[in-house]
Design a protein around this ligand. Structure first.
Ligand SMILES: Cc1ncc(COP(=O)(O)O)c(C=O)c1O
Length: 442
């Protein structure tokens, strides 16, 4: 078959779409064909306001010329350089910039291609770190119910979303899970961080008592859980987790794949909450979603543990063909410059109160049973249709798209995370459209 003449150019069947209701989609496809700033263009020529920054990733907005030009230049000048035993300047430049903008104490980054890879990388570093220190019995990895850490075997093993786990066998051995912090009865309608639930962090002490601290390598949590439907950390909870992990020599990993790069109005959630973990996993906003890339931030203390032994020896037997690839690095550098030049993290902080008020104005709208928010993250939880969970929110998503806005749903929760360049009138359009949609929903 000649590639010039594909056999079935418009056949939608070949592409098995990820995390998608394939049969539903292919009956009524929703195709995006172009994007600029806050908008997508749909295949039928409509402007679609992006309420989700793609998938929580296009923090700088779409097709920003500075990033586009950097990608084009790199593609023409240095398309690829081997990632193992060879380097290229942009990888070192981006790593230095990332370290400079991260909380004090993070001195190194390890490049990956996605959030899932960043998570698996961090978990592997945690295991290898303890072994290098002569504490190889620390092999247990602790996650949290409702946690989402991507789709690798490491990520789903510490993750806590049942649909992402149940059909994939026995997963990694030796994991355990803290309780989630979703407490609607106590925290419903809370604006920002909820009051109740700090003591859930004490469960870690129980796990230490049960398993023994000397068997536990790391605890991984999302500072703000996104994929489970936006679950916020109760006041004091992350601080407590940090104190307990530190006390027992357990590494704390923040999965900042959605919170990294400005989503809360600070560079990272670690800055926003003032809680310093031992590692941070990132991706998405690193390149504003343009080129797949992830980065694991590591403290000097963790990194330096590996820098022993003969100097010609590889210190960590881990890496990806595309770790720090030139085009991704070019996109990353341009993205970070754009964030800085336009002050986008501060912009997020400045507009967050307006976002909060607009979201909470939906209290009392039809079907709405809770609203949650932090930074430029928002969740509107709907009452499920009896016997048909997820259907109401999915119908809302389809209707919203017809009316020109892109939202996301998980379970019966509408989740939003717009680009940080959002203007007040965009917020009004998003919230107004959702209100209209809810008014017409069964
Ligand atoms: C907290 C968190 N970790 C990991 C991932 C996985 O990232 P990716 O889809 O790039 O593998 C995601 C994706 O949404 C995420 O939200």
């Amino acid at each position: 078959m000649s590639l010039d003449h594909p056999k079935t150019p418009n056949d939608l069947s070949a592409f098995w779409m990820p995390f998608t209701a394939n049969r539903q989609f292919k009956q009524a496809p929703r195709m995006l064909v172009a994007s600029q700033d806050m908008h997508y263009t749909s295949h039928d020529g409509r402007q679609i306001l992006d309420g989700t920054a793609g998938l929580w990733c296009c923090n700088a907005g779409h097709c920003r010329p500075k990033i586009v030009e950097a990608i084009q230049k790199s593609a023409a000048e240095l398309d690829y350089a081997p990632a193992f035993q060879m380097g290229h300047p942009m990888a070192f430049e981006l790593a230095s910039r990332l370290v400079d903008m991260s909380p004090e104490g993070f001195d190194h980054v390890f490049f990956t291609n996605s959030g899932s890879e960043s998570v698996d990388t961090a978990l592997k570093i945690a295991l290898a770190y303890h072994r290098a220190r002569g504490e190889g019995s620390r092999t247990r990895l602790i996650g949290r119910e409702k946690g989402y850490h991507g789709v690798g075997f490491g990520g789903i093993s510490v993750g806590g979303l049942v649909n992402n786990r149940r059909v994939f066998g026995t997963l990694l051995n030796g994991t355990d899970h803290l309780s989630h912090t979703y407490l609607p009865d106590q925290n419903r309608w809370a604006k920002g961080q909820p009051e109740h639930g700090e003591t859930l962090a004490d469960e870690l002490e129980r796990m230490v008592a049960l398993h023994g601290a000397d068997t536990i390598a790391a605890v991984i949590v999302e500072p703000v859980a996104g994929s489970a439907g936006v679950i916020l950390p109760p006041k004091g909870y992350l601080e407590k987790l940090r104190a307990i992990t530190k006390k027992h020599g357990i590494l704390l990993i923040f999965d900042e794949v959605i919170t990294g790069f400005g989503r809360l109005g600070a560079p990272f959630a670690a800055d926003y909450f003032g809680v310093m973990p031992d590692m941070m996993t990132t991706a998405k906003g690193l390149t504003s979603g343009t080129v797949p890339m992830g980065a694991v931030f590591v403290t000097g203390a963790v990194h330096d543990t590996f820098m022993t032994g003969p100097e010609h020896m590889i210190e960590l037997f881990h890496g990806y063909t595309y770790s720090g690839s030139p085009i991704a690095c070019a996109a990353g550098i341009a993205t970070q410059e754009l964030y800085r030049e336009e002050g986008l993290f501060q912009r997020c902080a400045d507009i967050a109160p307006y976002w909060e008020e607009a979201l909470h104005s939906l209290k009392g709208a039809r079907h709405v049973i809770d609203i949650r928010n932090l930074g430029l993250i928002g969740a509107i939880e709907l009452e499920p249709i009896a016997g048909e969970p997820t259907k109401r929110a999915f119908t809302a998503f389809l209707k919203a798209y017809e009316k020109g806005i892109l939202i996301r749903t998980t379970g019966d929760i509408i989740a939003m995370s717009p680009p940080l360049i959002i203007e007040k009138e965009h917020i009004d359009q998003l919230i107004g459209t959702i209100k209209d949609v809810l008014d017409t929903l069964d």
